[in-house]
Ligand binder design. Structure first.
Ligand code: NAP
Ligand code: MG
Length: 485
């Protein structure tokens, strides 16, 4: 029997206060430890996607600005950072970690305002994990010789780093912390729709007294990113973003001395076997695709359910979807916030239309009403999906789940691996042997068992196939920032 929970779960509003948050009206570029106006004099707006209000104007870096930033990073590398001992570098990184912790609330609110993600997630996941990454890599700074025994690890020089909009501050931490620990200096560009936490971090870096030019933050569109990648004096390119842009970058650096790490797209399979703890699995599915609006590279966007439990899982999943709170991202009860931008909303709506056009069957929670302003999408699932359906093949990067069934283990492994991506996967089963059999055959960088979307700085993360190369996190995350004799 299915519970009738529709409309029975009303919460009183519980908005997080924004009174402690300081956002400047206008941000310049953070180069050589100072705020520098862009040579072009051009600024662009970053908005709150939940309200369409302008939050701040942000500088657009052009060729000369990028050159200035890379020169500042080079100078800081040769004159200061490469001469410091690992222990001294570690002290600075610890200081950054502690300051993030102290200002965690402000960072969380800014993340939610600028990107549309629920405050609960920014507060409990993004910002604490970002601080944890700095703490973790601070600890490695003076232990590189032990991490890579007999290999004489040496820093590379200047790293250019480009991040996406789905986990703005966390991706910045994944990039900057290992780069600094390994002894490199950095020029980083955040995504155009979510630059504010990276700029806030620049303020914090000033407060931490980090030597000028060790971290430079430049803002701009994709063009700015391309200029950074193509700059001849960059030694390393660390990119997180779409597979399409990743391919452009790989072509641009082919034949150069530049090392690269590419963290790209995904189309993860989440697999529920008949012996799985079903309630836990349903919660994991919801967490995997609907929280953070499906703006997750490792989102469990393809669900495979063993035929014998299909009806049961579907009933529970739909009930759970009816209870998802969609709306004000600043409200602590909200599960599903705003779509990051109008452009991304159009992409998602295009995929929903493609699913309907291909004859897939759609379900959206009945009671969810969307705010009038801002960019919103109801949590959506599709059944009657084929392996060849567009919504089962392509990364949607929104709260849209494509559901298929299977009978045998071999069948589901073949279906799950039938994708150009290979970033992550999930498996739900009571049998350890089944889980191990499956995890060893899945072509995915991370496979979660009876859980989903769990992250830890000590654990490496990265893709197979078109999901990229190189690892971030763990000891493995240091290696792409080092060379060995
Ligand atoms: P995107 O369009 O590829 O952009 C990523 C970053 O690259 C942004 O800062 C973007 O700037 C910049 N950029 C755009 N064109 C560029 C170019 N030609 N050269 C250099 N930089 C360029 O991706 P997105 O839409 O922001 O993010 C979503 C994608 O990221 C998804 O595919 C998702 O799977 C992937 N992702 C992967 C991971 C992972 O760890 N594997 C983690 C998170 C996200 P603008 O923002 O100004 O355009
Ligand atoms: Mg924004």
């Amino acid at each position: 029997m299915s519970l009738d929970l529709k409309s029975s779960w009303e919460f009183s509003p519980a908005p997080e206060s924004t009174s402690h948050v300081k956002i400047k009206k206008k941000y310049d570029l953070f180069i050589g430890g100072k705020w520098v106006k862009p040579k072009s004099g051009t600024y662009f707006k970053t908005i709150n996607p939940a309200t369409e209000e302008v939050l701040a104007e942000v500088a657009e870096a052009g060729e000369e600005d990028v050159d200035l930033a890379i020169k500042a990073a080079r100078k800081a590398y040769t004159q200061v950072w490469s001469k410091l001992s690992g222990k001294e570098r570690g002290k600075y990184i610890f200081r950054i970690a502690r300051l993030i912790q102290e200002r965690a609330r402000e960072f969380a609110v800014i993340e939610t305002l600028d990107g549309g993600k629920p405050i609960r997630e920014a507060r409990d996941i993004d910002i604490p994990l970002a601080a944890a990454h700095f703490f973790y890599y601070a600890g490695w700074a003076d232990k590189l010789e032990y991490a890579f025994p007999n290999k004489k690890p040496k820093s590379l020089g200047v790293a250019v780093q480009i991040t996406p909009w789905n986990f703005p501050m966390l991706m910045v931490a994944w990039k900057i912390a290992p780069a600094l620990a390994a002894g490199n200096t950095v020029v980083l560009k955040p995504a155009e729709t979510t630059p504010l936490t990276a700029l806030k971090l620049a303020e914090l870096i000033q407060d931490a007294g980090l030597p000028d030019g060790v971290v430079n933050i430049v803002t701009g569109y994709g063009k700015t990113g391309a200029m950074m990648v193509e700059h001849p004096d960059a030694d390393k390119v660390a990119f997180t973003g779409s597979t399409g842009v990743g391919k452009i970058i790989m072509k641009a650096i082919a034949g150069t001395h530049k090392k690269s790490t590419m963290e790209l797209g995904g189309k993860a399979a989440n697999i529920i076997f008949e012996d799985a703890p079903i309630d836990q699995a349903v919660e994991g599915v919801v967490n995997g695709i609907f929280f953070n609006q499906g703006h997750v590279c490792c989102a469990g966007s393809r669900l495979f359910i063993q035929e014998s439990v299909y009806e049961k899982v579907m009933r529970k999943l739909k009930d759970r979807m009816e209870n998802l709170v969609v709306g004000d991202p600043l409200d602590k009860n909200t599960d599903v916030g705003a779509i990051n931008s109008q452009k991304q909303l159009k992409v998602i709506e295009g995929y929903i239309k493609a699913g309907l056009d291909e004859g897939c069957e759609m379900y959206q929670p009945e009671h969810a009403t969307l705010p009038k302003k801002g960019y919103w999408c109801k949590p959506t699932l599709f059944t009657n999906v084929a392996q060849s359906s567009k919504i089962a093949k392509e990364e949607i990067f929104g709260p849209v789940l494509a559901i298929q069934t299977f009978r045998t283990v071999d069948e589901v492994i073949a279906k799950a691996n039938n994708t150009p991506y290979g970033l992550s996967a999930g498996v739900w089963s009571d049998k350890g042997s089944k889980v191990f059999n499956l995890t060893s055959k899945m072509k995915a960088g991370v496979v979660w068992a009876n859980t989903y979307n769990k992250f830890d700085p000590t654990s490496p993360f990265g893709g197979y196939k078109e999901s990229g190369h190189g690892r971030e996190g763990g000891v493995q995350g240091l290696e792409p920032y080092l060379k060995f004799e």
